[in-house]
Write a new protein. Structure first.
Ligand SMILES: C[S@@+](CC[C@H](N)C(=O)[O-])C[C@H]1O[C@@H](n2cnc3c(N)ncnc32)[C@H](O)[C@@H]1O
Length: 388
């Protein structure tokens, strides 16, 4: 199959989305904070990426220019491209990276509709009240999922304007359903968003085989990894969590065909896992939840408790992993009222414990933290491999 060029619209934390794309496709070119391009011989699937909101195949490139001029060229280009289209075509237009009024975007669509009509092609334009269609609208209209439902992604970058045809939008409904409809959830253990779990699996760089989550909790990583086609293996200190993970995986297996699933009780600081382990992806113990920044004394205590567990776990599992085995771990980092982070001391000792950071071209992997503004406990993402 020939190589094509694709563009992804990036998530809320673009550096994470870019790192994910680099791990999955082997390279990526960031265009701005909102988009990045890459090449692939296989058609990328937005549902397999946690950090891309929409993605599309690049069909044309223009020099940066005013919307009034560009929109005419795009309408002409598409009127030609679709001139012999059979049946009715639905088109949505989304502009990114430049302020263009929704009205002007709509006008472009109407100009295209008129041009197509002259060639006897009938077109339905998706109405928009923003310059880009929301993911909900794109998804609801199934844009990008069949040849007669097109979403044009028009992405302004510094030196180029890309026109891409969407291949789909992140399915927020399915992600939310996987999160909320699972039979077992536990607010105290934490709620790893499925999107982040998906991103972590991709960030590890694992391509196939069996993924271990030694802090599996209710099983969000196991669930996302199984849906990607991996065999999964979860362990947790708590019998209750083992039951929860098992129940959730059972529920998932009634809807999808999954590979091998294995969940057992085990203390990550001393457990012996069964082989093979092709990657370790886990949200470790995060310490107690906080709704406001804790006092320095309290913080100190929590940091110590978590640091001991994570250090001992890394020492314990080291000899059980083949050299080069990838890991992606979410560990806690605590945000102060002024936005400073307190990180786990073990981060400075990873090399002496026998791990190295995976190196990416576009992103500094030692500085990736996932958080929301209102969170005290953020998650630092460690993208590592066992040293040889
Ligand atoms: C933040 S939660 C992970 C939640 C998980 N990502 C999920 O999908 O529900 C951390 C988990 O680590 C477990 N845990 C704490 N200490 C542990 C240890 N020493 N060994 C194994 N599991 C441990 C807890 O029982 C809890 O389920």
């Amino acid at each position: 199959m020939s190589t094509q060029n694709y563009v992804s619209l990036l998530g809320r934390q673009p550096e994470l989305s870019i790192a994910e794309l680099e791990q999955v496709f082997g390279h990526v070119t960031p265009l701005s904070d909102i988009a990045a391009t890459y090449k692939s011989t296989v058609r990328p699937d937005v549902q397999r990426l946690g950090g891309s909101i929409k993605l599309g195949e690049i069909v044309a490139e223009f020099e940066p220019q005013e919307w009034s001029r560009l929109s005419k060229r795009i309408a002409r280009y598409y009127a030609d491209r679709l001139s012999s289209f059979e049946g009715k075509v639905t088109i949505g237009i989304s502009v990114y990276g430049r302020k263009v009024s929704p009205r002007d975007v709509q006008r472009t669509g109407l100009a295209l509709k008129t041009a197509l009509k002259q060639n006897s092609v009938s077109m339905r334009l998706i109405p928009n009240d923003d310059s880009a269609l929301s993911t909900a609208t794109s998804h609801h209209n199934k844009l990008g999922l069949s040849p007669n439902k097109i979403e044009l992604l028009i992405v302004y970058a510094k030196d180029v304007v890309l026109v891409a045809e969407s291949l789909g939008t992140q399915n927020i409904t399915a992600l939310a359903a996987r999160d909320q409809a699972r039979p077992k959830t536990d607010a105290f253990v934490g709620m790893l968003p499925p999107k982040l779990a998906l991103m972590m699996i991709n960030l590890s760089g694992v391509k196939e085989g069996r993924i271990l989550d030694p802090f599996c909790g209710t099983g969000v990583v196991l669930q996302e990894a199984a849906l990607l086609g991996f065999n999964v293996y979860g362990t947790d200190l708590s019998e209750k969590m083992v039951d929860y993970s098992n129940a959730n995986m059972q529920w998932l297996s009634e809807k999808f065909s999954l590979g091998d699933v294995n969940v057992e009780a085990g203390d990550a600081v001393e457990h012996t896992w069964q082989k093979p382990i092709d990657a370790v992806v886990a949200e470790t113990y995060l310490g107690q939840p906080f709704s406001a920044p804790p006092s320095p004394d309290k913080l100190d205590k929590v940091v110590k408790v978590v640091d001991v567990i994570v250090s001992k776990f890394l020492s314990n599992i080291h000899d059980q992993l083949e050299p080069g085995t990838p890991l992606c771990l979410a560990v806690p980092a605590w945000r102060s009222a002024t936005g400073w982070f307190t990180y786990l001391p073990v981060i400075k000792k990873l090399e002496s414990l026998g791990y190295e950071w995976q190196v990416l071209k576009q992103v500094d992997t030692t500085k990736l933290t996932y958080y929301r503004e209102d969170q005290v406990v953020a998650r630092q993402l460690l993208i590592l491999k066992r040293s040889s």
